[in-house]
Design a protein around this ligand. Structure first.
Ligand SMILES: Nc1ncnc2c1ncn2[C@@H]1O[C@H](COP(=O)(O)OP(=O)(O)OP(=O)(O)O)[C@@H](O)[C@H]1O
Length: 579
């Protein structure tokens, strides 16, 4: 049950042990004033009744009290510092480990995984786990250690009273772990519900435009309010269970105090113990439960945090896409050999074989959903295929690390991703060490210069989150500029000119013509007239390769390509008419 938290604690074991050691010293030192109090009380009572004076004079107790205060202060300070430095360090270590892991995961994983859930793992679960490693573990270990050390000493002193004191501890521990197990189940369910709500909120913010134009804001808000209302009873129940478990254990444990009074009184009456021993046990009994109760509470916290630790562990254990980091490809034909692939159980690509040759433009065409984008992404190893093989210049892509592989690709997707940064830095993503001159040259080739010059700070203008201050066409041209700058030997163009006006489209196509010289180009274009010059056209239908050849050859064949081309020509004459 604690395996995940143990494995995550690897980097913090020494710090946890050190902090626990000082916290145990602190707990034991905090018990000593009680012993002093028992001794002083005994001394006073003895003097009052005219008995002999004890071995230690009263001023001796005062010095002992001052020394104790010093020990308590120092041990507390060290524990405090160790706990908080461990928490900060573990928080950072786990986040860095997760960030590094995400870098090595297949891109498909990020496509499949809900991003707000992933953020919650990196932010919330890491915070809970770092706190568990630093505070919870320290207080749990030190609470148990100091509790059991004290009870051990008490057993040596008087086993009958010590047994009375500790009689209810096993019962308290059982009640705590049982109710915490129930509470952990409730926590898991609540976590999922909370995630659904944050997903809903994210969706609400992302789609606010659509909701406004379709007058659905009210309905959506009502739906959210309903979801939030539904989660509240679960959260209250969880808090109740947690509180209940602690208060049950706390009270069960304290029944021991009653046993000490009953047993102590009986032993005192039968003169088997002295008044000092009785007082000593009474005072200790009042204090001993504090670290033990804290340990019980921490056990609860630990069980609560297991859900978070499990979520972090699942992410860290997800299979990575490994491969050779240092490959030097000299030839860049992309060969698909009997490739079959499915995102889930069902295949969406069936036994596809073709080669996109270096120095040629290979176009992928076919009806919507036939698998064009999927094939492009498989060529860049965004997913690992289930059957068949894909190779670049004869090297199987599965044997190359994704990062090393992607150095050879310039990719222009339909969904352009831009950063809330300057135009310069957004284009520089294509080539990290590019000079300003290179960036400007790439922007000019992608026909970005005319709109950049109109911006208030030109290339230094910050373009907002995902480039929200730019039009669709401008955003797309920026992503084409990145590809120009990167100048990689393989180019994947996915609907690259979809949101560009006809005038700029022609200019960009001329520029792309220069970019792709002697490169391997895999292009997806819905406008078939723009690919009639391509060297090879792959026609797909429902994930199967149906036809292959040049435009003329495919037109002669009078198959699917011919039909699609005829349909597109027909549609060019369509116009919106008033009835
Ligand atoms: N991330 C995904 N998870 C699950 N299924 C997916 C995913 N992406 C695509 N698909 C499915 O795979 C099939 C092929 O999709 P793909 O996007 O490759 O088609 P396409 O030919 O590029 O379509 P379009 O021309 O409309 O962009 C479709 O049935 C689609 O629903």
């Amino acid at each position: 049950m604690f395996k995940n938290i143990y494995r995550l604690s690897a980097g913090a074991n020494r710090s946890i042990l050190k902090a626990s050691f000082f916290m145990t010293l602190f707990n034991l030192a905090a018990l000593l004033p009680v012993i002093l109090l028992a001794l002083v009380t005994n001394e006073m009572v003895s003097r009052y009744f005219g008995y002999t004076q004890g071995a230690i004079p009263l001023w001796g107790y005062s010095i002992a009290a001052f020394v104790l205060m010093g020990v308590i202060f120092v041990t507390y300070k060290i524990t405090y510092r160790k706990k908080y430095s461990t928490s900060g360090r573990e928080d950072m270590r786990l986040r860095m480990e997760l960030a590094d892991k995400i870098r090595r995961l297949p891109l498909s994983y990020l496509g499949k995984r809900d991003l707000s859930d992933l953020t919650s793992v990196i932010m919330d679960d890491v915070a809970v786990t770092a706190n568990t490693l630093a505070t919870v573990m320290t207080e749990l270990i030190s609470g148990l250690l100091s509790g059991f050390i004290t009870i051990g000493i008490l057993f040596i002193y008087d086993w009958r009273l010590a047994l009375s004191l500790a009689a209810c501890l096993p019962l308290a521990a059982i009640s705590m772990s049982m109710s915490k197990a129930i509470s952990e189940g409730a926590n898991k369910r609540n976590k999922q519900k909370k995630l659904n709500i944050s997903d809903g909120l994210q969706e609400y913010l992302e789609n606010i435009k659509v909701l406004r134009t379709s007058q659905k804001m009210g309905d959506y808000q009502k739906g959210m309010a309903y979801k939030i209302k539904r989660i509240i009873p679960g959260l209250v129940l969880h808090e109740l269970l947690a509180g209940l478990s602690i208060s049950i254990s706390y009270n069960v444990m304290r029944i021991g105090l009653g046993f000490v009074i009953i047993t102590g009184s009986a032993l005192l009456i039968s003169r088997e113990i002295s008044i000092l021993t009785f007082l000593f046990f009474l005072f200790i009994a009042a204090r001993i439960y504090e670290p033990l109760t804290r340990a019980c509470e921490m056990l609860g916290e630990l069980i609560y945090s297991l859900v978070s630790a499990g979520r972090i562990r699942t992410l860290l254990d997800y299979p990575e896409q490994n491969g050779n980091e240092n490959i030097n490809l000299s030839q860049f034909d992309i060969s698909f050999d009997h490739v079959s692939f499915g995102y889930n159980q069902e295949d969406v690509i069936h036994d596809v074989s073709f080669t996109a040759r270096q120095g040629e433009i290979t176009a992928l065409v076919g009806p919507s959903g036939c698998g064009k984008s999927t094939l492009c992404k498989l060529a860049a190893r965004f997913w690992d295929i289930q059957r068949g093989s894909i190779s670049i210049g004869g090297v199987n892509v599965n044997s190359v690390s994704p990062e090393a592989l992607l150095k050879n690709y310039s990719i222009v997707f339909q969904d352009v991703v831009l950063f809330n940064d300057t135009i310069f830095n957004n284009i520089r993503i294509g080539k990290e060490n590019a000079t300003k001159e290179e960036i400007v040259a790439a922007a000019k080739l992608a026909r970005c210069d005319e709109f950049i010059e109109r911006l208030p700070q030109g290339y230094d203008t910050v373009i907002g989150e995902n480039g929200k201050t730019l039009s669709g066409g401008e955003r797309q041209r920026l992503s084409i500029a990145r590809a120009f700058l990167k100048d990689a030997p393989i180019i994947l163009l996915d609907e690259s000119t979809a949101s560009i006006d006809p005038e700029n489209e022609t200019k960009i196509q001329e520029a792309i013509g220069t970019l792709i010289e002697n490169k391997t180009v895999l292009i997806i274009a819905h406008k078939l007239r723009s690919i009639v010059e391509c060297d090879n056209i792959i026609v797909l239908k429902e994930g199967r390769l149906l036809e292959e050849g040049t435009h003329d050859k495919l037109m002669e064949k009078k198959g699917l390509y011919h039909r699609l081309y005829a349909l597109q020509n027909e549609s060019m004459t369509w116009a919106v008419k008033t009835v």
